[in-house]
Design a binder for this molecule. Structure first.
Ligand SMILES: Cc1ncc(COP(=O)(O)O)c(C=O)c1O
Length: 409
Protein backbone atom coordinates (compact mmCIF):
# COMPACT_ATOMS: atom_id res chain seq x y z
CA UNK A 1 0.00 0.00 0.00
CA UNK A 2 1.46 3.39 -0.93
CA UNK A 3 0.88 6.54 1.13
CA UNK A 4 -2.10 7.67 -1.00
CA UNK A 5 -3.84 4.30 -0.62
CA UNK A 6 -3.19 4.25 3.10
CA UNK A 7 -4.80 7.70 3.55
CA UNK A 8 -7.74 6.77 1.27
CA UNK A 9 -8.39 3.58 3.24
CA UNK A 10 -8.56 5.47 6.56
CA UNK A 11 -10.67 8.21 4.96
CA UNK A 12 -13.17 5.75 3.50
CA UNK A 13 -13.45 3.96 6.83
CA UNK A 14 -14.23 7.11 8.87
CA UNK A 15 -15.47 9.94 6.61
CA UNK A 16 -19.08 9.89 5.41
CA UNK A 17 -19.11 9.23 1.67
CA UNK A 18 -20.72 12.51 0.52
CA UNK A 19 -18.01 12.78 -2.16
CA UNK A 20 -16.13 10.11 -4.07
CA UNK A 21 -12.52 11.36 -4.04
CA UNK A 22 -10.12 10.01 -6.60
CA UNK A 23 -6.82 11.45 -5.48
CA UNK A 24 -4.97 12.12 -2.22
CA UNK A 25 -3.52 15.61 -2.26
CA UNK A 26 -0.83 16.65 0.17
CA UNK A 27 0.78 19.91 -0.97
CA UNK A 28 0.18 22.87 -3.27
CA UNK A 29 2.11 25.80 -4.72
CA UNK A 30 0.65 28.21 -7.26
CA UNK A 31 -1.20 26.23 -9.95
CA UNK A 32 0.41 22.91 -8.98
CA UNK A 33 -0.56 20.29 -6.40
CA UNK A 34 1.27 17.14 -5.33
CA UNK A 35 -0.30 13.86 -4.26
CA UNK A 36 0.79 12.00 -1.15
CA UNK A 37 3.29 9.99 -3.20
CA UNK A 38 4.85 13.00 -4.88
CA UNK A 39 3.14 13.02 -8.30
CA UNK A 40 2.51 16.58 -9.51
CA UNK A 41 -0.67 17.91 -11.18
CA UNK A 42 -1.77 21.16 -12.79
CA UNK A 43 -4.77 22.16 -10.70
CA UNK A 44 -7.45 23.57 -13.01
CA UNK A 45 -10.14 22.82 -10.43
CA UNK A 46 -8.51 25.18 -7.91
CA UNK A 47 -10.71 23.94 -5.08
CA UNK A 48 -13.70 24.72 -7.38
CA UNK A 49 -12.92 28.40 -7.81
CA UNK A 50 -11.58 28.85 -4.27
CA UNK A 51 -7.83 29.06 -4.82
CA UNK A 52 -8.11 31.95 -7.27
CA UNK A 53 -4.68 33.38 -6.44
CA UNK A 54 -2.98 29.97 -6.49
CA UNK A 55 -2.15 27.54 -3.70
CA UNK A 56 -0.33 28.92 -0.66
CA UNK A 57 0.29 32.39 -2.09
CA UNK A 58 2.99 33.89 0.18
CA UNK A 59 0.90 37.02 0.83
CA UNK A 60 -2.07 34.96 2.03
CA UNK A 61 0.13 32.66 4.12
CA UNK A 62 1.83 35.64 5.73
CA UNK A 63 -1.46 37.45 6.47
CA UNK A 64 -2.97 34.36 8.11
CA UNK A 65 0.17 33.63 10.15
CA UNK A 66 0.41 37.23 11.35
CA UNK A 67 -3.28 37.45 12.28
CA UNK A 68 -3.16 34.07 14.07
CA UNK A 69 -0.59 35.44 16.47
CA UNK A 70 -2.57 38.68 17.00
CA UNK A 71 -6.27 37.76 17.38
CA UNK A 72 -8.01 34.77 15.79
CA UNK A 73 -11.54 35.08 17.00
CA UNK A 74 -13.81 37.27 19.03
CA UNK A 75 -17.58 37.27 19.12
CA UNK A 76 -19.48 39.54 16.78
CA UNK A 77 -20.62 41.22 19.99
CA UNK A 78 -17.43 43.27 19.50
CA UNK A 79 -16.12 45.51 16.72
CA UNK A 80 -13.04 44.36 14.83
CA UNK A 81 -10.95 46.39 12.43
CA UNK A 82 -10.53 43.63 9.82
CA UNK A 83 -14.28 43.05 9.45
CA UNK A 84 -14.92 46.76 9.09
CA UNK A 85 -12.15 47.10 6.48
CA UNK A 86 -13.29 44.07 4.49
CA UNK A 87 -16.91 45.25 4.47
CA UNK A 88 -15.82 48.68 3.26
CA UNK A 89 -13.72 47.23 0.44
CA UNK A 90 -16.43 44.82 -0.74
CA UNK A 91 -19.06 47.53 -0.59
CA UNK A 92 -16.89 49.92 -2.61
CA UNK A 93 -16.12 47.25 -5.22
CA UNK A 94 -19.77 46.68 -5.89
CA UNK A 95 -23.11 47.58 -4.47
CA UNK A 96 -22.32 50.42 -2.09
CA UNK A 97 -24.35 49.19 0.87
CA UNK A 98 -23.39 46.90 3.76
CA UNK A 99 -22.10 43.35 4.29
CA UNK A 100 -22.93 40.36 6.46
CA UNK A 101 -20.33 37.63 6.98
CA UNK A 102 -20.74 33.87 7.33
CA UNK A 103 -18.54 30.88 6.53
CA UNK A 104 -19.64 29.32 3.25
CA UNK A 105 -21.58 29.80 0.05
CA UNK A 106 -24.68 28.05 1.35
CA UNK A 107 -24.69 30.23 4.45
CA UNK A 108 -24.27 33.35 2.34
CA UNK A 109 -27.27 32.33 0.24
CA UNK A 110 -29.30 31.50 3.36
CA UNK A 111 -28.57 35.03 4.54
CA UNK A 112 -29.61 36.41 1.15
CA UNK A 113 -32.89 34.47 1.28
CA UNK A 114 -33.59 35.61 4.85
CA UNK A 115 -32.74 39.22 3.97
CA UNK A 116 -35.17 39.15 1.04
CA UNK A 117 -37.92 37.57 3.16
CA UNK A 118 -37.49 40.08 5.96
CA UNK A 119 -37.56 42.96 3.45
CA UNK A 120 -40.80 41.63 1.93
CA UNK A 121 -42.40 40.46 5.15
CA UNK A 122 -44.74 43.35 5.81
CA UNK A 123 -46.05 43.21 2.24
CA UNK A 124 -46.72 39.45 2.63
CA UNK A 125 -44.03 38.62 0.06
CA UNK A 126 -41.59 35.77 0.53
CA UNK A 127 -41.37 33.70 -2.63
CA UNK A 128 -38.13 33.69 -4.61
CA UNK A 129 -37.90 32.75 -8.26
CA UNK A 130 -34.74 30.77 -9.00
CA UNK A 131 -33.46 29.13 -12.17
CA UNK A 132 -33.46 25.60 -13.55
CA UNK A 133 -29.98 24.03 -13.33
CA UNK A 134 -28.91 26.59 -10.74
CA UNK A 135 -26.88 25.66 -7.67
CA UNK A 136 -27.14 27.54 -4.39
CA UNK A 137 -25.99 25.10 -1.69
CA UNK A 138 -26.81 22.03 0.36
CA UNK A 139 -28.63 23.39 3.40
CA UNK A 140 -32.38 22.77 3.25
CA UNK A 141 -33.31 26.28 2.10
CA UNK A 142 -30.49 26.59 -0.42
CA UNK A 143 -31.17 23.08 -1.74
CA UNK A 144 -34.80 24.16 -2.16
CA UNK A 145 -33.58 27.26 -3.98
CA UNK A 146 -31.44 25.05 -6.24
CA UNK A 147 -33.31 24.26 -9.45
CA UNK A 148 -32.09 20.65 -9.69
CA UNK A 149 -34.23 17.73 -8.51
CA UNK A 150 -31.17 15.55 -7.78
CA UNK A 151 -30.10 17.96 -5.02
CA UNK A 152 -33.53 17.80 -3.32
CA UNK A 153 -34.45 14.15 -3.84
CA UNK A 154 -34.80 12.20 -0.60
CA UNK A 155 -34.89 15.27 1.63
CA UNK A 156 -38.54 16.14 1.12
CA UNK A 157 -40.56 17.94 2.30
CA UNK A 158 -38.47 20.86 1.07
CA UNK A 159 -38.96 24.31 2.61
CA UNK A 160 -41.52 26.22 0.58
CA UNK A 161 -41.21 29.63 -0.98
CA UNK A 162 -39.30 28.90 -4.19
CA UNK A 163 -40.42 28.60 -7.77
CA UNK A 164 -38.30 27.81 -10.78
CA UNK A 165 -37.94 29.55 -14.10
CA UNK A 166 -35.98 28.51 -17.14
CA UNK A 167 -32.53 30.11 -17.19
CA UNK A 168 -32.02 32.50 -20.11
CA UNK A 169 -35.78 32.68 -20.69
CA UNK A 170 -37.17 36.00 -19.50
CA UNK A 171 -40.75 35.06 -20.33
CA UNK A 172 -40.41 32.06 -18.03
CA UNK A 173 -39.16 34.28 -15.16
CA UNK A 174 -42.01 36.68 -15.74
CA UNK A 175 -44.53 33.80 -15.65
CA UNK A 176 -43.25 32.69 -12.24
CA UNK A 177 -43.72 36.12 -10.65
CA UNK A 178 -46.84 36.25 -8.54
CA UNK A 179 -48.37 38.29 -5.72
CA UNK A 180 -46.11 36.70 -3.13
CA UNK A 181 -42.86 37.00 -5.09
CA UNK A 182 -40.19 39.01 -3.30
CA UNK A 183 -37.22 38.51 -5.62
CA UNK A 184 -35.31 36.66 -8.31
CA UNK A 185 -32.11 34.77 -7.49
CA UNK A 186 -29.64 33.82 -10.22
CA UNK A 187 -26.01 33.21 -11.16
CA UNK A 188 -24.43 35.39 -13.85
CA UNK A 189 -22.66 32.23 -15.00
CA UNK A 190 -24.12 28.92 -13.84
CA UNK A 191 -21.20 26.84 -12.60
CA UNK A 192 -22.60 23.51 -11.47
CA UNK A 193 -25.23 23.83 -14.20
CA UNK A 194 -22.47 23.35 -16.80
CA UNK A 195 -20.68 26.72 -17.14
CA UNK A 196 -23.60 28.53 -18.75
CA UNK A 197 -23.35 32.33 -18.92
CA UNK A 198 -26.54 34.38 -18.77
CA UNK A 199 -27.45 36.00 -22.09
CA UNK A 200 -27.00 39.74 -22.06
CA UNK A 201 -30.65 40.52 -22.84
CA UNK A 202 -31.85 38.00 -20.27
CA UNK A 203 -29.74 39.36 -17.42
CA UNK A 204 -30.64 42.97 -18.18
CA UNK A 205 -34.26 41.88 -18.64
CA UNK A 206 -34.33 40.33 -15.15
CA UNK A 207 -33.17 43.68 -13.70
CA UNK A 208 -35.84 45.55 -15.65
CA UNK A 209 -38.51 43.04 -14.60
CA UNK A 210 -37.48 43.38 -10.95
CA UNK A 211 -37.70 47.17 -11.23
CA UNK A 212 -41.13 47.01 -12.89
CA UNK A 213 -42.61 44.55 -10.39
CA UNK A 214 -40.93 45.89 -7.24
CA UNK A 215 -38.78 42.77 -6.75
CA UNK A 216 -35.26 42.28 -5.47
CA UNK A 217 -32.64 41.05 -7.90
CA UNK A 218 -30.27 38.75 -6.02
CA UNK A 219 -27.06 37.36 -7.52
CA UNK A 220 -25.25 34.25 -6.36
CA UNK A 221 -21.61 35.18 -6.97
CA UNK A 222 -20.23 32.30 -4.91
CA UNK A 223 -18.54 30.63 -7.89
CA UNK A 224 -18.42 33.32 -10.57
CA UNK A 225 -17.41 36.21 -8.28
CA UNK A 226 -14.01 37.48 -7.10
CA UNK A 227 -12.55 38.19 -10.52
CA UNK A 228 -13.23 34.81 -12.07
CA UNK A 229 -15.18 36.13 -15.10
CA UNK A 230 -12.86 39.04 -15.84
CA UNK A 231 -14.97 41.33 -13.64
CA UNK A 232 -14.86 41.56 -9.88
CA UNK A 233 -18.40 40.18 -9.89
CA UNK A 234 -20.13 38.32 -12.71
CA UNK A 235 -23.04 40.81 -12.77
CA UNK A 236 -20.63 43.62 -13.70
CA UNK A 237 -20.21 42.01 -17.12
CA UNK A 238 -23.80 43.03 -17.88
CA UNK A 239 -23.68 46.62 -16.69
CA UNK A 240 -26.53 46.16 -14.23
CA UNK A 241 -26.53 45.96 -10.47
CA UNK A 242 -28.46 43.51 -8.32
CA UNK A 243 -29.85 44.61 -4.96
CA UNK A 244 -27.59 42.15 -3.15
CA UNK A 245 -25.17 39.34 -3.89
CA UNK A 246 -23.59 36.40 -2.11
CA UNK A 247 -19.87 35.59 -2.07
CA UNK A 248 -17.72 32.76 -0.70
CA UNK A 249 -15.23 30.38 -2.38
CA UNK A 250 -12.51 32.70 -3.78
CA UNK A 251 -13.06 35.38 -1.14
CA UNK A 252 -10.71 33.78 1.40
CA UNK A 253 -8.31 31.89 -0.92
CA UNK A 254 -9.07 28.70 0.99
CA UNK A 255 -9.77 30.14 4.41
CA UNK A 256 -13.54 29.62 4.90
CA UNK A 257 -15.55 32.82 4.61
CA UNK A 258 -18.87 33.76 3.04
CA UNK A 259 -20.52 37.14 2.70
CA UNK A 260 -23.45 39.03 1.39
CA UNK A 261 -23.07 42.53 0.00
CA UNK A 262 -26.14 44.75 -0.39
CA UNK A 263 -27.06 48.07 -1.92
CA UNK A 264 -28.10 50.95 0.36
CA UNK A 265 -31.80 49.97 0.15
CA UNK A 266 -31.13 46.68 1.96
CA UNK A 267 -28.26 47.86 4.15
CA UNK A 268 -30.21 48.07 7.41
CA UNK A 269 -32.90 45.41 6.95
CA UNK A 270 -31.13 43.02 9.35
CA UNK A 271 -31.29 44.51 12.84
CA UNK A 272 -29.79 43.02 16.05
CA UNK A 273 -31.19 39.57 16.74
CA UNK A 274 -32.54 38.92 13.22
CA UNK A 275 -29.52 37.07 11.83
CA UNK A 276 -26.13 36.05 13.21
CA UNK A 277 -23.12 33.75 12.97
CA UNK A 278 -20.60 32.80 15.65
CA UNK A 279 -17.72 32.43 13.22
CA UNK A 280 -18.83 34.91 10.58
CA UNK A 281 -16.19 37.51 9.74
CA UNK A 282 -13.57 36.64 12.35
CA UNK A 283 -10.39 38.74 12.33
CA UNK A 284 -8.57 35.70 10.91
CA UNK A 285 -11.03 35.00 8.08
CA UNK A 286 -11.15 38.70 7.20
CA UNK A 287 -7.33 38.88 7.19
CA UNK A 288 -7.28 36.10 4.58
CA UNK A 289 -9.94 37.92 2.52
CA UNK A 290 -8.20 41.31 2.79
CA UNK A 291 -4.93 39.75 1.61
CA UNK A 292 -6.84 38.08 -1.24
CA UNK A 293 -8.21 41.45 -2.38
CA UNK A 294 -4.68 42.91 -2.19
CA UNK A 295 -3.23 40.13 -4.35
CA UNK A 296 -6.05 40.34 -6.92
CA UNK A 297 -5.53 44.11 -7.16
CA UNK A 298 -1.74 44.14 -7.13
CA UNK A 299 -1.36 41.32 -9.66
CA UNK A 300 -4.09 42.77 -11.91
CA UNK A 301 -5.94 39.45 -11.82
CA UNK A 302 -9.40 40.69 -12.79
CA UNK A 303 -8.09 41.95 -16.11
CA UNK A 304 -5.83 38.96 -16.49
CA UNK A 305 -8.77 36.55 -16.02
CA UNK A 306 -10.59 38.30 -18.86
CA UNK A 307 -7.61 38.33 -21.22
CA UNK A 308 -6.16 34.90 -20.47
CA UNK A 309 -9.64 33.38 -20.38
CA UNK A 310 -10.36 34.67 -23.89
CA UNK A 311 -7.02 33.30 -25.17
CA UNK A 312 -7.50 29.94 -23.46
CA UNK A 313 -11.03 29.57 -24.81
CA UNK A 314 -9.85 30.51 -28.30
CA UNK A 315 -7.19 27.76 -28.13
CA UNK A 316 -9.76 25.20 -26.97
CA UNK A 317 -12.22 26.32 -29.65
CA UNK A 318 -9.84 24.93 -32.27
CA UNK A 319 -10.87 21.47 -30.99
CA UNK A 320 -14.51 21.99 -32.02
CA UNK A 321 -14.87 20.18 -35.31
CA UNK A 322 -11.33 18.78 -35.08
CA UNK A 323 -12.33 16.17 -32.52
CA UNK A 324 -15.59 14.40 -33.23
CA UNK A 325 -17.34 14.82 -29.88
CA UNK A 326 -16.28 18.35 -28.93
CA UNK A 327 -19.26 20.59 -29.65
CA UNK A 328 -18.64 23.89 -27.87
CA UNK A 329 -16.36 25.93 -25.65
CA UNK A 330 -18.22 28.35 -23.39
CA UNK A 331 -17.76 30.44 -20.32
CA UNK A 332 -16.56 33.80 -19.19
CA UNK A 333 -13.03 34.81 -18.17
CA UNK A 334 -11.29 31.86 -16.57
CA UNK A 335 -14.55 29.98 -15.92
CA UNK A 336 -14.48 27.58 -18.83
CA UNK A 337 -16.54 24.67 -20.09
CA UNK A 338 -15.42 22.27 -22.82
CA UNK A 339 -18.69 20.73 -23.98
CA UNK A 340 -18.90 17.26 -25.50
CA UNK A 341 -21.88 15.44 -26.98
CA UNK A 342 -21.21 12.53 -24.62
CA UNK A 343 -20.34 11.98 -20.92
CA UNK A 344 -16.97 13.42 -19.92
CA UNK A 345 -16.21 11.47 -16.74
CA UNK A 346 -13.80 9.16 -18.59
CA UNK A 347 -12.04 12.10 -20.22
CA UNK A 348 -11.68 13.91 -16.89
CA UNK A 349 -10.17 10.75 -15.38
CA UNK A 350 -7.74 10.45 -18.30
CA UNK A 351 -6.76 14.13 -17.93
CA UNK A 352 -6.04 13.47 -14.27
CA UNK A 353 -3.81 10.51 -15.14
CA UNK A 354 -2.01 12.82 -17.56
CA UNK A 355 -1.48 15.40 -14.79
CA UNK A 356 -4.34 17.88 -15.27
CA UNK A 357 -7.13 18.26 -12.70
CA UNK A 358 -10.51 19.36 -14.15
CA UNK A 359 -14.14 18.77 -13.19
CA UNK A 360 -16.84 16.69 -14.87
CA UNK A 361 -19.95 18.87 -14.67
CA UNK A 362 -23.56 18.48 -15.81
CA UNK A 363 -22.61 15.13 -17.38
CA UNK A 364 -21.00 16.38 -20.59
CA UNK A 365 -18.96 19.45 -19.63
CA UNK A 366 -15.27 19.51 -18.64
CA UNK A 367 -15.22 22.51 -16.30
CA UNK A 368 -11.97 24.38 -15.74
CA UNK A 369 -11.41 27.06 -13.10
CA UNK A 370 -7.63 27.62 -13.00
CA UNK A 371 -6.09 30.11 -10.59
CA UNK A 372 -6.43 33.61 -12.08
CA UNK A 373 -2.63 33.92 -11.94
CA UNK A 374 -1.94 30.62 -13.72
CA UNK A 375 1.14 31.28 -15.85
CA UNK A 376 1.05 31.40 -19.65
CA UNK A 377 3.09 28.20 -19.89
CA UNK A 378 0.69 26.45 -17.48
CA UNK A 379 -2.32 27.42 -19.61
CA UNK A 380 -0.46 26.21 -22.72
CA UNK A 381 0.48 22.97 -21.00
CA UNK A 382 -3.19 22.35 -20.13
CA UNK A 383 -4.23 22.90 -23.76
CA UNK A 384 -1.56 20.40 -24.87
CA UNK A 385 -2.70 17.78 -22.35
CA UNK A 386 -6.34 18.22 -23.38
CA UNK A 387 -5.46 17.87 -27.05
CA UNK A 388 -3.41 14.76 -26.37
CA UNK A 389 -6.29 13.20 -24.43
CA UNK A 390 -8.81 14.06 -27.16
CA UNK A 391 -6.47 12.70 -29.83
CA UNK A 392 -5.99 9.51 -27.86
CA UNK A 393 -9.70 9.05 -27.27
CA UNK A 394 -10.47 9.68 -30.95
CA UNK A 395 -7.98 7.08 -32.11
CA UNK A 396 -9.15 4.62 -29.47
CA UNK A 397 -12.72 4.95 -30.77
CA UNK A 398 -13.96 6.85 -27.75
CA UNK A 399 -13.03 4.20 -25.22
CA UNK A 400 -12.41 7.04 -22.76
CA UNK A 401 -16.00 8.30 -22.93
CA UNK A 402 -17.95 6.74 -20.13
CA UNK A 403 -19.58 7.32 -16.78
CA UNK A 404 -22.05 9.85 -15.48
CA UNK A 405 -21.91 12.86 -13.27
CA UNK A 406 -19.25 13.25 -10.62
CA UNK A 407 -20.04 14.95 -7.33
CA UNK A 408 -18.41 18.36 -7.30
CA UNK A 409 -19.45 21.70 -5.68
C1 LIG B 1 -23.05 29.19 -7.25
C2 LIG B 1 -22.86 28.48 -5.95
N1 LIG B 1 -23.58 28.86 -4.88
C3 LIG B 1 -23.44 28.26 -3.69
C4 LIG B 1 -22.57 27.22 -3.51
C5 LIG B 1 -22.45 26.57 -2.17
O1 LIG B 1 -21.26 26.94 -1.57
P1 LIG B 1 -20.68 26.13 -0.31
O2 LIG B 1 -20.30 24.78 -0.82
O3 LIG B 1 -19.52 26.94 0.15
O4 LIG B 1 -21.77 26.06 0.70
C6 LIG B 1 -21.79 26.78 -4.59
C7 LIG B 1 -20.87 25.65 -4.45
O5 LIG B 1 -20.46 25.03 -5.42
C8 LIG B 1 -21.94 27.43 -5.85
O6 LIG B 1 -21.23 27.05 -6.91
Amino acid sequence: MNKSEEIAARFNRFVMPTYSPSLTLARGKGTRVWDADGKVYLDFAAGISVVNVGHCHPRIVEAIQRQCAELMHVSNLYYTDNQAKLAERLSRLGLGGKCFFGNSGAEANEALIKLARLWGHDQGKYEIVTMTNSFHGRTLATAAATGQIKVQKGFEPMPEGFSYAEYNNLESVSMQVGEKTVGVLLEAVQGEGGVVPADDAFFKGVRALCDERGLLMLCDEVQCGMGRTGHWFGYQGYGVQPDACSLAKGLGSGFPIGAIVSNTKLADVFQPGRHASTFGGTPLACAAALATLDVIEEEGLVRRAGEKGAEFRAQLSAFVGKYAHVTEVRGSGLMIGLVLDQPVQGLVERLREMGLLTLATAGNVVRMLPPLNAKDNELDEAVEIIEEALEESQSAGDAAASGGDSVSN
